[in-house]
Design a protein around this ligand. Sequence first.
Ligand code: NAI
Length: 472
Amino acid sequence: MADFDLIVLGGGPAGYTGAIRAAQLGLNTAIIDKREVLGGTCLNIGCIPSKALLVSSQYVRFAHHEAQHHGLKFDGVQVDLAKLMARKQTVVKQLTQGLEFLMKKNHVTRIRGIGQLVAPGKIVITQPDGSTEEHRGRNVILATGSVPMELPNVTIDRERVVTSDEALSFTDVPAELLVVGAGAIGLELGSVWSRLGSKVTVLEFLPRIAAFLDPDVTQALQKTLEAQGLKFHVETQVTNVALQDKKVLVQAKTKGEQNLEFQADKVLVAVGRKPYLDGAVAKDLGLKLTERGRVAVDQQFRTNLPGLYAIGDIIEGPMLAHKVEEDGIACTELIAGKPGHVNYNVVPNIIYTHPEVACVGLTEEAGKKNGTQIKVGKFPFAANGRALANDESVGFAKIIADRRTDKLLGSQIIGGNASELIAEIVSIMEFGGSAEDLGRTVHAHPTLSEAVKEAGLAVDNLAFSIPPNPRQ
Ligand code: NAI
């Protein structure tokens, strides 16, 4: 048994970031994870491997469909799926090994096994060989993450009816893939397999795909994805999934009560994620949860149990790696007596389709609904020189600002490199800047970022490269 200042239970982005910051602040820290390697869902079966597959599959799409625009012709393009998957795994390995190295260099003790808090400050760890050991932590952080949500009446057999865990590692390209849920996972993995040759159909319960975005953005996204071959059925709820001889039969109901049937080789269920807490805290300790089943914490990440904190996907808030990393940093800073804080109003959210979609802050729809006085500027990538040169003229940048003060309240960008472009908006919002600040800042030419600047100018109808909007 060892005594630590801090034990972190869970080695994903929330846990490993928190553990490193704790060590930097001089806390004797241990991190426990049941996986052989750290990194959690994000590094092992989430953000990173999906990005590796998105890049490889986009090259395939480029070779098949886009190269000819550039005067290039590839004959007989072949995909070695095993090699493509191996590259993805190499990326994952590099990063997870890097984390082990960082833990060592920061003197964080790495313990493998399934941990359970059995009494305040006391953790029992069951190791892979079944043996147990006990450790004490003056402070304990729960950072056990999330797992895919399942649907009633749908058995996930992990072979033909799968979650994102399996859809990142298919060994063959399914001829027909049906995706349930048009959120980030459904759209990203749907894109990957469509580019690699699957016929992809996406069923979405809500009236539009990626419904957290404004309708003009989702319309543009759906149109482009349809042009790439994906099919969508919105306002369609999956009611039953049955394994047949060779195919999977999916039954669904539309909002108008119409019954639909689909057949597919694989079905990917991507209907959200739920907190994963199984056994992490002994039941009799009475850990308090919110109505939505997340761990209840105060503004300093304290649970109702003494010395126990919770961060990441198990507490309220978006289940996004960059949000949970900030939880980890703020929580350990608070434990170390420092003023840790996260600005949850400015958390970007990205879908890594082609084109990418990125958003932050208030949407136009939400602003109009809640009565905020807003003004909106939009600038199309078709009017941006670099986007044309890059053959990435689809999409636009959109800025939402306060009508009276001009303060930047939000942004949505659909277009090439949107995931990188949104960082500028995030920074300006973090400093309380205005649309004019964005519009008057010098942006290098020719860059895609000029479209973002011009969207800032368009808020006051002052964009240079598009005609004035007569309605403003
Ligand atoms: P999600 O909550 O983003 O989307 C799930 C979609 O499924 C929703 O649009 C929902 O209306 C729909 N749905 C639910 N039940 C349905 C039914 N019976 N029939 C048809 N549609 C149904 O969840 P997703 O995509 O699984 O992602 C899970 C979490 O992981 C999210 O918090 C997401 O933000 C995060 N994530 C983030 C990524 C990124 O930052 N690029 C990538 C992947 C995941």
